[in-house]
Design a protein around this ligand. Structure first.
Ligand code: 6GU
Length: 244
């Protein structure tokens, strides 16, 4: 998986990927991350990346020329496929979700454009970009933090990037339910005991307990995630008992 990022703040990408899972993926040759300074694709003396908006109004907009040139240069230099997704990080975009992350992880190349909040030339939206993505309903100063989130979420799904221990964990959100409560040793910490069932060695009872705790937690915290059609009759009966 190869990520190419266009940003006016390339150094923002240094420390987030200096260690951890993505770093390991890069070191193993499974992930490539190339960060490009949008200013390198400007031609004026001031290397300006923004300009006033036609028709008047507050705020500056990102100019189209350096963004088009940047994407074209990435395609030429890195042999990026013509049809590789070009993703604009913007609060106006589709909300990033695990299903969308999984779709993006199936690509070989992703080009990410980070912008500033005031916005983009509409021609960038219409003629350069294939996807617009937001990471949630709150305001960031620019798309960089969102791009970092996207790279981390996608890179961990690249085969081989996670160790087998870690990959099991990703099932919890992919299953559509929140994770059940978990406890490492000790069995009793300052009088706070681990639920008895987990010490019982009875795997069928443990599985049932975990399933129910996942359902309970999802019901309490994120009822919007509960899709009744993928639940078993036992799951539904348990949820009914919670509602009462
Ligand atoms: Cl992608 N950009 C900005 N500026 N703010 C955001 C966002 C993106 N996603 C959530 N908030």
């Amino acid at each position: 998986m190869r990520f190419n990022v266009l940003t006016i703040f390339p150094r923002m990408f240094d420390s987030p990927f200096a260690e951890g899972v993505v770093r390991r993926g890069i070191d193993a040759g499974l992930v490539e991350l190339h960060v490009h300074d949008i200013r390198d694709y400007t031609h004026d003396r001031h290397r300006s990346t923004d300009d006033y908006t036609f028709g008047g109004g507050p705020g500056m907009l990102m100019k189209p020329e350096p963004l088009f040139e940047g994407v074209e240069s990435i395609r030429e230099k890195h042999g990026t496929r013509e049809d590789a997704p070009v993703i604009l990080l913007t609060p106006q975009g589709e909300r990033l979700s695990q299903p969308l992350v999984e779709k993006l992880a199936a690509e070989d190349d992703l080009i990410l454009i980070c912008g500033r909040y005031e916005g983009f030339d509409e021609r960038v939206r219409e003629n350069l970009v294939t996807h617009e993505i937001s990471i949630g309903d709150y305001v960031l100063n620019g798309g960089e933090a969102a791009a970092i989130v996207l790279v981390e979420a996608v890179a961990r799904l690249v085969p081989g990037v996670l160790g087998s221990n870690e990959s099991a964990r990703s099932d919890s959100f992919s299953s559509g339910l929140l994770q059940y409560p978990q406890y490492p040793r000790p069995a009793d910490f300052r009088g706070m005991a681990v639920p008895e069932v987990l010490l019982s060695g009875d795997h069928a009872r443990i599985e049932e307990w975990r399933r129910r705790e996942s359902l309970r937690r999802t019901f309490e915290r994120r009822p919007d995630l509960l899709e009744e059609d993928v639940l078993s009759p036992e799951d539904r009966a348990f949820l009914d008992s919670l509602r009462k």
